[in-house]
Design a protein around this ligand. Structure first.
Ligand SMILES: Nc1nc2c(c(=O)[nH]1)N[C@H]1C(S)=C(S)[C@@H](COP(=O)(O)OP(=O)(O)OC[C@H]3O[C@@H](n4cnc5c(=O)[nH]c(N)nc54)[C@H](O)[C@@H]3O)O[C@H]1N2
Ligand SMILES: Nc1nc2c(c(=O)[nH]1)N[C@H]1C(S)=C(S)[C@@H](COP(=O)(O)OP(=O)(O)OC[C@H]3O[C@@H](n4cnc5c(=O)[nH]c(N)nc54)[C@H](O)[C@@H]3O)O[C@H]1N2
Ligand code: SF4
Ligand SMILES: [Mo]
Length: 678
């Protein structure tokens, strides 16, 4: 029997309030802290489809003679305990890797990272690695905090939005409709930097169709125009930055026209964009995957950060650098310590004092050596990594270079997949644990603008599936001998005791609203705008930085095109949930390749033709959508479908700092697909 209680949408980082509506038999919005009118996008509105879906896992599965067969919970956990005990005894805790879930609650994720650390390893990561790890690295380094500098509400006060490498109209639809569009209607200007025209571009005053992988020349040229035309905020630069002379010298030697040409955009449009941003009283940046998912992702964001520092656009309403976060709890998964280098609250694992502080609450000291990141971990399967626990992720579809990922999963000795459907990753599992979806759990998630919001249970898990937290508690006890409090609230209280940024929060305080971090003990409200008088690292100043362009990892040769990948409104990531929604599949049932008419004509491709996309890593076949919306030389498709598995084509070159993979630039050959190929 389902009931109606305030919960949070399982999809994107906007964090809309949703609940079951017994009259409609469907999910509806409630007036949450973000969707203040109860509005939802089509994915949120279809979120009940996955709750009662016939494909839901309802019984644990154990591999016997190569086949997954139904087992009791007792049998499944006996296998897990036996295999983990053996591998841990033989090879130590660093032979295990944990994938945690940015689509699951703070309490669940907190518990799983604590379990890993009790076992003695920091080999724990979540798919923040694949989205904004580079943004977080650059912003953390320069500002001392890797999160949105501003709140959605104050951002509406901006005079200019610079949206780069993000398409919020489709990926953060409620932010776009309820915050960005009203601002545009009242006169805020929008600059959109994206190789494609998409739904966000429709609201733009200036569109800069950058060549994928060439954001550094574009942003350096914008900075050069700002300096050249006297748009620098001298007082801010003097008081709040260092390194101006060096940057000015570098920029004064830069040929703006040549850099614009390198980035593939019109110099006049670029100058106009720089003026618009530089002259604004309040200019705010939104940044997304087009910036972060490159092997130079950290450098991309470093270049971006120069703009607000040169123009005094940080530390006040309507300004800042605002990464639009991905999944409903990707911000929280990082906050609670599901990262290989930091403990809850971003406490450095290599810092003995931080470890000692955490040990006071935990009763044991976490390990001191940083662990492996996601992707890096997968690359070591069959080498030092012998076992993995995959909680609420589908890396077989979403990690780059999928053929290589497949062979790595085959090399893994023991794999637990804890999910709600039999995913593509579950095909490699030795044990599959049936968990719970959004409507079947209680806990908290932290949205893109740092608001902690509560989820409440609407239904029981189907069959013998169990709430995720119960499963993780049993795992913690059986494998790590870790006793954990029973309720999500008690676990949250422990989190607040360990993570200083959550220090003063409570379930009661959150209620049906939110509490925002940083929320120091004794505070009545979290800080909406960061870096007002000094930066979060305590420094009055942030450094300006000279950044040089980095060439793509996968250079384009001959008649090859650049494949860049991304998202559409109706589907979500690996599609594990959205591909199972009848409504969403009717809206958008299959993947297409967007290709420019000139590139199509060169290859005798017509709209609707099936085309082969290939490179040395793999081949996929999709239908062509011939459209001038994508720039010449670039093609675009999504990664939402397991078939075609687009990540067969993406490369696994990693950003040296953040270890984020290169999803946005792969060299490919595109040809008409001949029937004979089938
Ligand atoms: N509908 C929907 N919403 C989602 C998701 C989803 O799967 N579906 N996923 C969620 C998650 S996990 C995340 S991380 C966010 C991501 O949200 P976004 O960051 O908006 O996601 P993407 O579509 O991957 O990339 C954004 C844009 O980058 C552009 N781009 C490609 N290459 C480049 C480049 O080199 N430079 C620049 N400047 N732009 C480039 C693409 O054309 C694309 O329009 O969305 C979240 N919301
Ligand atoms: N080519 C390309 N690849 C990309 C990207 C790209 O832009 N281009 N983007 C990357 C990014 S930004 C991201 S975030 C990753 C996403 O990569 P993943 O996290 O692997 O993708 P999801 O589809 O979100 O996987 C979530 C899994 O959790 C399960 N699940 C959902 N809710 C629950 C729950 O409550 N409990 C449990 N136990 N399981 C649940 C779902 O069934 C699904 O299997 O993909 C990355 N891959
Ligand atoms: S905007 Fe995001 S959080 Fe809101 S309903 Fe849509 S997918 Fe869910
Ligand atoms: Mo993401």
């Amino acid at each position: 029997m389902a009931e109606s209680n305030e919960s949070v949408c399982p999809y994107c980082g906007v964090g809309c309030g949703i609940r079951y509506d017994p009259d409609r038999g469907n999910a509806v919005g409630w007036k949450g802290p973000v969707n203040q009118k109860g509005e939802l996008c089509p994915k949120g509105a279809a979120a009940w489809d996955v709750v009662e879906h016939e494909d839901r896992l309802t019984q644990p599965l154990v591999r016997v003679n190569g086949r997954l067969v139904e087992a009791t919970w007792e049998e499944a956990f006996d296998v897990i305990e036996r295999e983990f005990d053996q591998i841990l005894a033989e090879s130590g805790a660093d032979s295990v890797f944990f994938f945690t879930s940015s689509g699951c609650t703070n309490e669940e994720n907190y518990l799983l990272q604590k379990t890993a650390r009790k076992l003695g390893t920091n080999n724990i990561d979540n798919c923040a690695r694949l989205c904004h790890s580079s943004t977080v690295a650059a912003m953390g380094n320069r500002f001392g905090a890797g999160a949105m500098t501003n709140s959605l509400e104050d951002l509406m006060e901006a005079d200019v939005f610079l949206v780069t490498g993000a398409n919020p109209a489709e990926q953060h639809p409620v932010i776009f409709r309820s915050y960005v569009l009203p601002a545009l209607k009242s006169g805020t200007k929008l600059i959109h930097v994206d190789p494609r025209e998409n739904a966000t571009t429709k609201g733009a005053d200036i569109h800069l169709p950058v060549k994928p992988g060439f954001d550094i020349p574009l942003l350096n040229a914008m900075a050069a125009v700002i300096v050249e035309e006297g748009l620098v905020d001298e007082a801010f630069v003097a008081e709040r930055t260092t390194g101006f002379d060096e940057l000015r010298e570098y920029l004064s030697d830069l040929d703006v026209d040549a850099e614009a040409a390198r980035a593939g955009v019109e110099p006049d449009a670029l100058r106009e964009a720089a003026r618009l941003y530089g002259e604004a009283d309040r200019a705010a940046i939104f940044t997304g995957m087009g910036m972060s998912q490159h092997h130079c992702g950290t450098d991309n964001v470093h270049t971006l950060i120069n703009l607000p520092l040169l123009t005094g656009n940080v530390g006040k309403a309507g300004t800042g650098v605002n990464p639009l976060r991905g999944q409903n709890n990707v911000q929280g998964a990082g906050d609670v310590g599901c990262l290989p280098n930091v403990l809850p609250g971003y406490r450095d694992v290599t810092d003995a004092d931080e470890r000692a502080d955490v040990a006071e609450v935990w009763g044991f000291e976490p390990p001191a050596t940083p662990g492996l990141t996601e992707v890096e971990g997968t690359h070591r399967f069959g080498d030092e990594i012998r076992a993995a626990y995959v909680f609420g992720e589908n890396p077989a579809v979403t990690e780059p270079n999928a053929n290589q990922v497949k062979s790595k999963f085959e090399e893994l000795e023991f794999c637990v997949v804890h999910d709600v459907f039999l995913t593509e990753t579950a095909e490699y599992a030795d044990v599959v644990l049936p968990g719970s979806v959004w409507a079947e759990k209680s806990g908290t998630v932290t949205n893109t603008d740092r608001q902690v919001i509560r989820m409440r249970k609407n239904a029981d898990p189907p069959g013998n599936a169990r709430p995720d937290l119960d499963i993780l508690r049993e795992f913690a006890e059986r494998v790590a001998g870790l006793d954990t409090p029973e309720t999500p609230e008690a676990i949250f209280d422990e989190l607040c005791a360990v993570a200083p940024i959550y220090a003063g929060m409570s379930y009661d305080g959150i209620g049906t609203g939110s509490q925002r971090w940083p929320f120091p003990e004794g505070a009545t409200d979290g800080k909406a705008i960061l870096h007002t008088d000094s930066f979060e690292n305590g420094s009055k100043t942030a450094p300006l930085r000279v950044v040089e362009h980095v060439d793509p990892a996968d250079p384009v040769e001959g008649d090859e095109l650049v494949l860049t990948t991304g998202r559409v409104l109706q589907h979500f990531n690996s599609g594990a949930l959205t591909r199972r929604s009848g409504v969403l599949m009717r809206m958008r049932g299959e993947d297409v390749l967007q290709i420019h008419p000139d590139d199509a004509a060169d290859r005798d491709i017509e709209d609707g033709d099936r085309v082969r996309i290939e490179n040395d890593r793999g081949t996929v076949t999709v239908a062509a959508e011939v459209t001038p919306a994508v720039r010449r030389g670039t093609v675009f498709t999504t990664f939402h479908y397991a078939d075609p598995l687009v990540n067969k084509l993406t490369g696994d070159a990693l950003d040296p700092t953040a270890k984020i993979p290169e999803y946005k630039h792969s060299a490919v050959r595109v040809t008409v697909h001949a029937e004979a190929d089938d």
